[in-house]
Ligand binder design. Structure first.
Ligand SMILES: Nc1nc2c(c(=O)[nH]1)N[C@H]1C(S)=C(S)[C@@H](COP(=O)(O)OP(=O)(O)OC[C@H]3O[C@@H](n4cnc5c(=O)[nH]c(N)nc54)[C@H](O)[C@@H]3O)O[C@H]1N2
Ligand SMILES: Nc1nc2c(c(=O)[nH]1)N[C@H]1C(S)=C(S)[C@@H](COP(=O)(O)OP(=O)(O)OC[C@H]3O[C@@H](n4cnc5c(=O)[nH]c(N)nc54)[C@H](O)[C@@H]3O)O[C@H]1N2
Ligand SMILES: [Mo]
Length: 761
């Protein structure tokens, strides 16, 4: 074999995930952001019964009783927020918005925490300080001036608490719109749309206890070593109990191969590690529907041959639509399944055989399933596969979507949805005495389109980085700038804040880690994790600035300034958050005795009917889906077209870039790379380290990302990968899963061209 060329910053990473590397990186995150005295105290309060919920991810803790549960990336999230760096009015005095826009996303956030409410002044191109009440009054005045409330968009990013999100939806609905674009629309919307159709609820059905009893875990399209590191503890335990873990992922992700648990003394002392995946299937990007259909097709054959594979009794009592699914599976040729999935029939039959042997199976999945134009169909196929062997409503079995932001699931539960149910609207009307709007509103992509076409005039963001998270900055950045008004509740400066409208307000909020004191004393908020556990979170740190306000207080401030005749006593609610929770209890099912139950350490679990084999679908049964072919509604692509996946590095939180490394993938100090299989490199006459341009195959205009270094990587042939958000320039805004509206961030059709020849001027 010829020796690979040296490429700056690219070094194979041979160790396991986790281990000492994770501890070193934790220490580094602390050093970069905080005074070291404070850090241990903060980190030890993460995920404690009396502390705050880790803003890192939505993986639950063992009943919040463990002594020490944080992880490297949780530490990065916490220290990033608890940083000692500050963005003050003086900072803004010294920097024009145009000059800030020239900086990277990393640099912008690394300036630190916002300290004052600020208003944009177009005359100087600078933000200047503004009094809270003046900001509220002016925002209210602008909002009231619109002929239709539907000209305003209310965006939520999933870090907001239940209390803040509930007030936000209440405000928007009393104002008169259901325009609730939210980060979920770019994330797990296929789960929220697909699972209710299949099993009657859009949430995962397993608890941590189920992982103790499961006999098989199938992990599809998620990267827990980076994005849900506390899940690695669970997978590690399962692997050591010899539970098979079957992985479907186009990339070899190190944590899914080998992991050393930093909490395991022996493994750490001996530099040992544990094998995680028992089988690793490098499915093509977007090939999961084909693979899932293949497993089900093989399962039918096994059942015909040996009987007792498919749970016919469960299917007869609990489901409908099985015959149609069966007929479709029989009609789907193996050749199509193999071509589309990139896996062989034998590989797929092996998975079916393992599945047939297991009495209790959990399927876990993430963005590799949802961020495709078949996202909703993919989710339903996962439910189908589980239903075929009755893997709901018994210990050790069920579906486990890995949620994104730490409270994105809770936001949806308390009403952040552009498609509210009639029952919810009726309860709002009964409790508050106003008639909320019935018509469905905008999701994230629709909201951006409304901004681009000029029908939306104002945007209020409860957190997040809306324009950078969405596809197609070439269209969405001008969309943001064409607004009359944008208002951002945020902790740190980001690009969306700087894409200023005619009037723009930056309103700095208290973070999760900080003490929130209101009239009645210190407050706690509540969040819901991936497993429907609701519990309290109370920050303890001194706020980053005395001028910060809590998210509920800011939402209430804007609401009361906008709605002078409101039916809601906004400011009284803020005096004591128990009052907000009382309202949640009266309007959202499952929250009986809310205030009492969150005072019990560990909190409580919201009802999940499928765990009792109850199906809240129109027919009262779980429903099988039919996904025709292997790539519904799809034009075939030419053979030289590759499928581009956009992924997170180990050192980022969505659009927040903590640092420039992606340790487990062997990338250091840079993000301008494209991961490609050696076969695809050779087919293009390219070598590891060459500069390339990536071009999206798109009918309307050229979308390009230039001068990217292509690196050889163990990724499924036909698939390539690059980092989000940089690669968003390649994603067309209308390239979505039609059923859920979620952008297809993980199967963008691209061609790769050598830079030298295409860019020479
Ligand atoms: N530290 C950290 N934690 C996070 C986040 C973060 O950015 N940083 N983000 C949070 C949020 S909002 C979310 S939504 C989650 C995201 O968590 P993940 O779902 O893990 O997110 P991604 O990094 O997008 O990784 C998707 C994985 O799917 C694989 N994949 C890509 N395409 C396909 C495909 O077609 N099929 C299959 N089977 N696999 C595929 C990729 O190789 C990658 O391993 O994490 C949350 N937690
Ligand atoms: N190409 C591509 N694009 C993607 C994805 C992908 O995989 N590929 N993933 C998508 C997914 S899954 C998601 S969820 C979205 C994420 O989209 P968003 O949720 O909009 O983005 P974030 O980067 O999480 O938002 C970061 C900002 O949130 C603010 N913030 C942080 N903490 C707090 C807080 O406690 N309160 C408030 N009010 N503000 C806070 C800070 O100002 C920070 O700059 O991106 C999507 N975009
Ligand atoms: Mo997400």
């Amino acid at each position: 074999m010829t020796k690979r060329r040296e490429v700056p910053g690219i070094r194979p990473y041979d160790g396991p995930a986790g281990g000492w590397g994770a501890l070193r990186a934790t220490a580094q995150a602390v050093r970069n952001q905080m005074e070291s005295i404070q850090a241990p105290i903060v980190l030890l309060r993460t995920n404690q019964p009396t502390g705050f919920d880790c803003p890192g991810c939505a993986w639950p803790d063992k009943e919040h009783r463990s002594t020490f549960q944080f992880c490297e990336n949780g530490a990065k999230a916490v220290t990033w927020e608890a940083t000692t760096k500050r963005v003050t009015p003086e900072f803004f005095e010294n920097h024009t918005v145009s000059s800030l826009l020239a900086l990277s996303d990393f640099e912008l956030e690394d300036f630190g925490r916002l300290t004052h409410p600020m208003a944009y002044d177009p005359a100087t191109d600078k933000f200047r300080p503004v009094e809270w009440d003046a900001a509220f009054a002016r925002i209210g005045e602008v909002l009231r001036s619109y002929p239709s409330p539907d000209q305003v968009e209310f965006y939520t990013s999933g870090r907001a608490s239940n209390e803040a999100a509930y007030l936000f939806q209440l405000f928007a609905r009393e104002f008169g719109t259901n325009n609730f674009p939210d980060c979920s629309n770019m994330c797990h919307e296929p789960t929220s749309v697909g699972l209710p159709k299949s099993i009657g609820i859009g949430k995962g059905t397993v608890s941590l206890d189920d992982f103790d009893e499961t006999e098989l875990i199938i992990s599809i399209g998620h990267n827990p070593g980076t994005n849900h590191p506390r899940m690695m503890g669970t997978l590690h335990e399962a692997a050591r109990r010899k539970v098979p873990i079957i992985v479907f992922n186009p990339l070899r992700e190190r944590a899914l191969e080998r992991f050393a648990d930093p909490q395991n003394v022996i493994e750490m002392a001996t530099y040992g590690s544990t094998r995680i995946a028992s089988a690793y299937h490098q499915v093509k990007a977007g090939g999961d529907a084909a693979a899932l259909k293949g497993i089900m097709k093989a399962l039918l054959a096994l059942d015909a041959a040996q009987g007792n594979v498919i749970d016919h009794d469960f299917i007869a009592v609990h489901t409908e639509g099985f015959d149609a699914l069966k007929a479709d599976l029989e009609a789907t040729p193996w050749a199509d399944i193999e071509k589309e999935s990139g896996l062989t029939r034998e590989e797929i039959e092996d998975v079916a055989a393992a599945y047939a042997k297991s009495n209790a199976t959990i399927i876990t999945y993430g963005m590799g399933i949802t961020q495709h134009n078949t996202g909703t169909a993919n989710v339903r196929l996962i439910a189908d596969l589980l239903l075929m062997r009755g893997n709901f409503g018994k210990p050790g079995a069920g579906v486990c979507p890995l949620r994104g932001h730490s409270n994105v699931q809770g936001n949806r539960t308390v009403g952040i949805t552009e498609m509210p149910s009639e029952a919810f609207l009726t309860r709002i009307e009964d409790v508050f005495g106003f008639t909320p709007p019935q018509a469905h509103g905008h999701d994230a992509v629709k909201a951006m389109n409304a901004m681009i076409d000029g029908s939306a005039k104002a945007l209020i963001c409860l957190g997040g980085n809306f324009a950078v998270a969405l596809p197609d900055p070439e269209r969405s950045f001008p969309g943001m700038k064409s607004l009359d008004l944008s208002v951002h509740l945020g902790t740190k400066l980001n690009r969306s804040h700087l894409l200023v409208a005619k009037e723009t307000y930056l309103l700095p909020v208290l973070g999760r880690t900080e003490l929130d004191t209101q009239e009645s004393g210190p407050q706690s908020v509540t969040v819901e994790d991936s497993m429907s556990m609701v519990h309290a979170s109370a920050g303890k740190l001194k706020p980053a600035s005395e001028h910060l306000r809590s998210e509920p207080a800011i939402v209430a401030g804007i609401a009361s300034a906008t709605l002078p005749k409101s039916r809601v006593a906004w400011l009284e609610l803020i005096a004591d958050y128990d009052r907000i929770r009382d309202l949640i209890e009266r309007t959202v099912p499952g929250f009986a005795d809310f205030n009492a139950r969150i005072r019990v350490p560990g909190g409580f679990r919201l009802p999940l009917p499928p765990t009792e084999r109850k199906w809240e679908t129109p027919s009262g049964k779980a429903i099988f889906s039919v996904f025709k072919g292997v790539r519904e509604n799809y034009e075939p692509w030419a053979d030289d077209v590759l499928r581009l996946i956009t992924i997170r590095s180990h050192d980022q939180y969505n659009t927040t870039i903590y640092a420039m490394d992606d340790r487990y993938r062997g990338v250091f100090g840079r993000r301008d790379v494209l991961f490609m299989n050696p076969v695809d490199l050779a087919a293009r006459g390219l070598e590891h380290g060459d500069l390339v341009d990536i071009e999206t195959i798109s009918s309307d205009r050229a979308l390009r990302l230039e001068k990217i270094t292509v690196i050889e990587y163990n990724i499924a042939p036909g698939s390539v990968a690059a980092y989000y958000p940089e690669a968003n320039v390649l994603v067309p805004l209308d390239y979505i899963d039609e059923e859920s509206g979620t952008p297809s961030y993980k199967s963008i059709p691209v061609r790769i061209l050598r830079s030298e020849t295409t860019c020479r001027r």
